[in-house]
Design a protein around this ligand. Structure first.
Ligand SMILES: Nc1ncnc2c1ncn2[C@@H]1O[C@H](COP(=O)(O)OP(=O)(O)OP(=O)(O)O)[C@@H](O)[C@H]1O
Ligand SMILES: [Mg+2]
Length: 221
């Protein structure tokens, strides 16, 4: 029988994972803030655009902490109808160079989701594709379509593909196949999908194609 201590230990383990995922997501924005502050100091007379960037990224950092810590409470994500294209565009900020191609049907497609969390999920997928395909920029397709009861969103790249030996564990924390990786991105993506009552899985590339496919399923009813 599980004791109260086991329960506390389990909750602390989840909190530890989420704290690490917060750090993972803050890394990018802190880098942008540091670089912009450096540039602003170089030429104070032309610092305005850098200060705007610092302010925007500081706001993003606050949002990341608030949104991800709300996951620690184990509550379902506070969902509202949002335009999918807005989420995808926000997720592309500062992921590096990529050729983004979208097939969203209809283009005005709305999704019931927490905007901040869903943005983090796509940010993780895009940053992985850029990292594993470097130094070449990847082509990244994002396809969305409605099926009865669910919205399916597929992110497909033309990189090296997921190592088949790693595929079954790739959404577990601390599973990484690249130097400098911590293995937290896809674990966060899975947690965010789950908080929306959805799931994320790997798809299989079509015959003769390389690259990875991540398939997000979100319930619509
Ligand atoms: N699009 C992709 N193509 C090929 N392999 C991928 C792709 N996305 C993820 N992977 C593999 O899955 C591993 C786990 O990804 P995950 O985002 O969880 O961690 P990471 O990128 O290694 O580290 P980080 O914590 O910095 O994100 C990667 O190290 C990589 O080997
Ligand atoms: Mg990653």
């Amino acid at each position: 029988m599980a004791s109260a201590n086991d329960d506390v230990r389990e909750r602390l383990a989840v909190l530890g994972e989420i704290a690490a995922e917060v750090a993972h997501e803050l890394r990018n924005v802190l880098q942008v803030i540091t670089a912009s502050a450096y540039l602003a100091k170089q030429d104070p007379a032309a610092s305005a655009p850098h200060l705007v960037k610092i302010e925007r990224n500081a706001r993003t950092a606050h949002g990341i902490v608030d949104d991800l810590m709300s996951l620690a409470r184990g509550e379902p994500a506070k969902a509202e109808p949002i335009l999918l294209v807005d989420v995808l565009l926000a997720a592309r900020a500062d992921v590096g160079e990529a050729d983004f191609r979208d097939e969203i049907e209809p283009t005005s497609l709305r999704v019931r989701a927490h905007a901040g969390l869903l943005t983090r999920l796509f940010h993780v997928l895009y940053e992985n594709a850029v990292a594993v395909t470097a130094p070449r920029p990847p082509t990244l397709w994002t396809r969305a379509r409605l099926v009865p009861g669910a919205l399916l969103i597929e992110v497909d790249d033309d990189g090296p593909g997921i190592d088949p030996a790693m595929a079954p564990q790739v959404f577990d924390p601390l599973v990484t196949g690249r130097s400098g990786g911590t293995g937290l991105g896809l674990a966060l993506a899975k947690r965010i999908a789950g908080a929306h009552g959805g799931e994320i899985a790997l798809g299989s590339p079509q015959e003769g194609r390389t690259g990875a496919i991540c398939l997000l399923t979100l319930p619509t009813s």
